[in-house]
Ligand binder design. Structure first.
Ligand SMILES: *[C@@H]1O[C@H](CO)[C@@H](O)[C@H](O)[C@H]1NC(C)=O
Ligand SMILES: *[C@@H]1O[C@H](CO)[C@@H](O)[C@H](O)[C@H]1NC(C)=O
Ligand SMILES: *[C@@H]1O[C@H](CO)[C@@H](O)[C@H](O)[C@H]1NC(C)=O
Ligand SMILES: *[C@@H]1O[C@H](CO)[C@@H](O)[C@H](O)[C@H]1NC(C)=O
Ligand SMILES: *[C@@H]1O[C@H](CO)[C@@H](O)[C@H](O)[C@H]1NC(C)=O
Ligand SMILES: *[C@@H]1O[C@H](CO)[C@@H](O)[C@H](O)[C@H]1NC(C)=O
Length: 490
């Protein structure tokens, strides 16, 4: 799935749920493997509907504080929560904490409404999901910031800096755009700024990354494997052996939806790996953190058997890391999870909420509609639209999504966003960069391009072995923050 931002309990995004809809990009949610002491949950009484001042209903929104580095008169750093459970591990680690120490900043993280433990409504019925939107989330940030300024008796003129990666990276920039009086500057990592229904470019960037890492052999073998897969899926005689080869939980018995679902989950093995290639995610407990594009390409290029057998080996390797016994690929299984309206269900991985946001605001469907990619053509846009309609009702058809996407771009400006003191960071092999800003427009809106890195790489804790480009990017972001904290105008 799209993803940015991409976040779920133990489930990596390969796990239950976040699969078909793509790598939405989430910063994966950390089982706290290293047992860092982390700050406790705190709760903020938040308005349900910011668009109705007269609606006084409230709910409890979760947040975290780290005040260890705060020097009175210092700035406030705000980490924006996204489409998954907010992790307290981010309160004690990550590059933003290093900047906080340097500047004596007070640090907060606010969980996004409807994700994690922040439940504005009793459940996630379609009726209740109408309170889930980026606009409501921005208003949550502003309301929260005003209340924290009072609670902590912050001096007038205290400067707030917003941080976010993936969808929260977009929110960081949009917060600066819509509430410039509340936030002085923003660091926006891997942020998609343009809403687009058909995000076929995602697979093109995945293809480029595969070629850049491992050359044409890998690309050609992937293409051969998917061509053969599509051929065999059309041949009833081959269904049973295919089921065995890919260790499907349920026998394959035709149907367009199951076909789309199966082929996209196999493409997803590569998509997810590229998105997070070599990110330092181990501290978050990502079990597949040491699987990289070159690991997969090694299997595709030098493995035994036909290209299809090698694809099966890639599937088996990722299943082994995830501890899955079989491949749960059916459309029904996907829909059962997406239709689960209870916050308490084990199937609540954030996917029902996130896909709703895509159907209602952003699109960003990672379809197989591009010509120049090796993953076949069996998950076209119509498949993603079908999921919107099956999960939330027939109202969410393509006309609806297209109109919603257009409205989002009018609201925030897309790539033409008018902001100052926002730094956008993109990584060359992060597929999301295709929806981001392409070039620095002025010194007030620098774009930092990090050659060779993936999704949100700059946000993770630094390591000695990080690429020199990545180290330089972190230093440059640090210098920008320092400079902007010296500026006084709005
Ligand atoms: C804030 O982060 C620092 C750096 O990891 C850590 O040492 C400190 O304990 C944290 N403070 C709180 C209140 O969590
Ligand atoms: C998908 O496959 C499963 C398992 O074979 C089957 O039960 C289900 O009916 C199929 N779904 C569709 C939409 O055909
Ligand atoms: C990745 O790490 C797991 C354990 O964390 C290990 O079993 C596996 O061999 C490693 N794979 C590679 C390709 O290094
Ligand atoms: C979507 O639904 C609307 C209203 O029900 C209808 O007018 C429109 O033609 C539909 N669009 C498509 C592409 O089916
Ligand atoms: C990232 O930034 C670089 C440098 O400005 C640019 O060449 C590249 O196209 C950008 N990628 C996107 C689409 O954001
Ligand atoms: C990115 O890095 C690769 C390998 O280090 C190099 O070949 C390529 O020219 C670099 N691209 C840019 C735009 O700097």
């Amino acid at each position: 799935m799209l993803l940015l931002f991409l976040t779920v309990l133990l489930v990596s995004e390969f796990g239950a749920g976040l699969r078909r809809h793509g790598h939405h990009g989430l910063l994966l949610p950390p089982p706290n493997v290293h047992n860092y002491p982390v700050p406790p949950d705190q709760w903020f009484t938040q308005k349900l509907d910011h668009s109705q001042p007269g609606d006084l209903r409230t709910w409890q929104q979760r947040y975290f504080t780290n005040d260890t580095f705060y020097r009175p008169g210092g700035p406030v750093f705000l980490m924006i929560g996204g489409e998954g459970t907010a992790s307290p591990v981010w309160m004690v680690t990550g590059s933003w904490i290093e900047y906080a120490e340097e500047h004596g900043a007070l640090c907060f993280q606010l969980e996004h409404r409807f994700y994690g433990k922040s439940h504005p409504t009793e459940d996630m019925s379609v009726k209740n999901l109408r309170y889930l939107s980026s606009e409501q989330a921005l208003a949550d940030l502003a309301t929260f910031s005003a209340a924290m300024a009072e609670k902590h008796a912050l001096p007038e003129g205290t400067k707030w800096v917003a941080f976010g990666g993936s969808y929260p990276g977009s929110l960081a920039a949009w917060y600066r755009l819509k509430y410039p009086h509340m936030v002085h500057a923003a660091v926006s990592s891997s942020a998609p700024l343009v809403a687009k229904t058909n995000f076929y470019e995602f697979l093109e960037v995945v293809s480029d990354a595969v070629k850049a890492e491992s050359g044409d052999t890998c690309y050609n073998n992937i293409a051969a494997a998917f061509t053969e897969l599509e051929k065999q899926l059309a041949d009833k005689e081959r269904w049973r052996p295919l089921g065995k080869l890919f260790r499907l939980c349920d026998p394959y018995a035709g149907s367009d939806l199951n076909t789309s679902s199966l082929v996209s989950s196999l493409a997803d093995l590569f998509e997810g790996t590229v998105q997070y290639n070599r990110d330092n995610r181990e501290f978050e407990g990502a079990k597949d953190a040491n699987i990289t594009v070159s690991t997969l390409c090694h299997l595709m290029s030098d493995g035994a058997g036909s290209p299809l057998d090698r694809l099966a080996a890639v599937n088996a390797a990722l299943m082994a890391v995830r501890g899955d016994k079989c491949l749960d690929y059916t459309y029904k299984s996907e829909m059962d999870k997406m239709r689960q309206e209870s916050f308490d269900s084990p199937d609540n991985t954030g996917m029902r909420q996130w896909i709703y946001q895509t159907c209602n605001e952003f699109g960003w469907y990672q379809t197989s509609d591009a010509e120049s990619q090796p993953f076949g053509h069996r998950f076209p846009l119509a498949f993603s639209v079908q999921q919107c309609m099956d999960a939330y009702g027939t109202k969410f058809n393509q006309s609806f999504i297209d109109a919603a996407v257009a409205a989002t771009n009018v609201r925030y400006g897309g790539r033409g966003i008018r902001v100052r003191r926002v730094v956008f960071i993109n990584g060359s092999i992060d597929p999301w960069h295709a929806m981001g800003l392409t070039a620095t427009r002025s010194r007030h809106v620098p774009v930092i391009y990090v050659n060779g890195t993936a999704h949100c790489a700059n946000m993770y804790p630094s390591r000695d072995e990080d690429l020199p480009e990545l180290k330089a990017a972190r230093r440059r972001i640090g210098r920008l923050i320092a400079r902007w904290l010296q500026e006084d105008d709005q």
